[in-house]
Design a protein around this ligand. Structure first.
Ligand code: GLU
Length: 300
C-alpha cells in the first residue's frame, strides 16, 4: 500500500469535518482542532503506513471498551461475563439508561456501551479498582507495543467533574445488583481508562492483534467474540450503517478515534475529532468507507 493512496483518501475526506462537531460534554475534549485528520494502517508484518495527523495524541475514550471486554473474557471467562452483559445491539445512545430499567432483566445490552463496559471492568482481575485500571493500561501498552501510553490527568479530571450521566447509570446498576462495590472507585477507573492517550499508530497496532486472531496474546475465540461485538454494536446506533458501508469490525471513541479490523489483513487507526451526532468521527468514517471500498475489505 502506498502512502500516496492514503494521502489522497485524507485529502478527499478532510472537508467533511465541517459537518461534525468536537465532543464538548467533556469540556476538555472541546479544545480539539476539528480539522485534524490522521490515518495509520498496520500491515501483517507490523509495518506501518501513515498519513496526515497520525502522530497526534488523543484520548482513547470508548475504543478502550474493546480492551476492557477482552480482559474481562480472559480473566472471568465467557460464562461469567455473558451472565452479566449480553451482546445485542441498541438503538439508543452510548450513555443511555433507559434499557437498564425496561429490557434484559437489568443487564446492559452489550459490552460496548457505557453500562456494559462498566460491568466488564468490574470483572477484570485486580484486588481493587486501581489494580483493574492498571491491568487495562498495561494491556493497552502491550497490544499497542507502546510502553509510553499514559492517562491525561486533565482529561480524566474533566470527565470526572462532568459525569452526571455515567454516575446515574452506574448507581442505577448498583441498585439492581448489576454491579457491586464502590461506585466512585469503579467510575474513577473507567474515567482513567477513557483518558489514556493514543495515536493512530497505537490503534492500528491494537487492531492488528484482533485482525490476527489475538496474535498469541489471547485465544482466537476471544478475538472472534470481540470482533463480532464490534460489528453488532461497536458504532452504537449507527452500527448497521457502518456494517453496510464499511463492513469491518469497528469501534469509535468521542475523542475522535476509530479502530477498525480487517481480519487477516490490516489493523487500521484513524483520528478526526469532528464527530457525527452518534459520536464517531465524520471525516474518519469517510476515510474508512473509501479504504474499505478501494481495497475490497468488507467481510460481508
Ligand atoms: N468517556 C466517554 C463517556 O463515557 C466515552 C464515550 C465514547 O467515547 O463513546 O461518555
Amino acid at each position: 500500500m502506498e502512502t500516496n493512496f492514503l494521502d489522497k483518501l485524507l485529502a478527499d475526506a478532510r472537508p467533511l469535518a465541517f459537518k461534525g462537531q468536537v465532543a464538548n460534554y467533556i469540556p476538555l475534549l472541546g479544545l480539539a482542532d476539528p480539522q485534524k485528520l490522521g490515518l495509520c494502517v498496520a500491515e501483517p508484518d507490523g509495518a506501518l503506513i501513515s498519513s496526515g495527523d497520525w502522530q497526534e495524541r488523543f484520548s482513547i475514550q470508548s475504543i478502550s471498551k474493546i480492551l476492557v471486554f477482552t480482559l474481562s473474557l480472559i480473566d472471568s471467562g465467557f460464562d461469567k461475563v455473558l451472565e452479566k452483559v449480553s451482546i445485542e445491539s441498541t438503538d439508543d445512545a452510548f450513555n443511555s439508561i433507559v434499557n437498564l430499567e425496561t429490557k434484559n432483566n437489568h443487564r446492559p445490552l452489550n459490552p460496548l456501551i457505557n453500562a456494559g463496559a462498566i460491568v466488564c471492568l468490574t470483572l477484570i482481575d485486580g484486588k481493587n479498582m486501581h489494580e483493574k485500571f492498571t491491568r487495562v493500561l498495561e494491556f493497552t501498552r502491550l497490544l499497542a507495543r507502546n510502553s509510553s501510553i499514559e492517562v491525561d490527568e486533565d482529561i480524566y479530571l474533566s470527565e470526572k467533574a462532568t459525569a452526571a450521566r455515567n454516575r446515574a447509570l452506574t448507581y442505577y446498576m448498583l441498585s439492581t445488583g448489576a454491579i457491586e462495590g464502590d461506585v466512585e472507585a469503579i467510575l474513577d477507573a473507567y474515567f482513567r481508562i477513557c483518558s489514556m492517550m493514543v495515536t493512530c499508530a497505537d490503534l492500528a497496532r491494537i487492531a492488528l492483534v484482533y485482525a490476527q486472531g489475538g496474535a498469541g496474546f489471547f485465544p482466537k475465540e476471544i478475538a472472534r467474540t470481540v470482533k463480532a461485538a464490534m460489528c453488532v454494536c461497536g458504532m452504537y446506533d449507527e452500527s448497521g450503517q457502518v456494517a453496510v458501508e464499511v463492513g469491518l469490525p469497528t469501534k469509535s471513541g468521542v475523542g475522535g478515534g476509530l479502530l477498525s479490523v480487517a481480519p487477516n489483513r490490516f489493523g487500521i487507526g484513524i483520528y478526526g475529532p469532528a464527530l457525527t451526532d452518534k459520536g464517531s468521527s465524520v471525516a474518519g468514517l469517510e476515510v474508512l468507507k473509501k479504504l474499505s471500498k478501494e481495497l475490497d475489505l468488507s467481510i460481508f
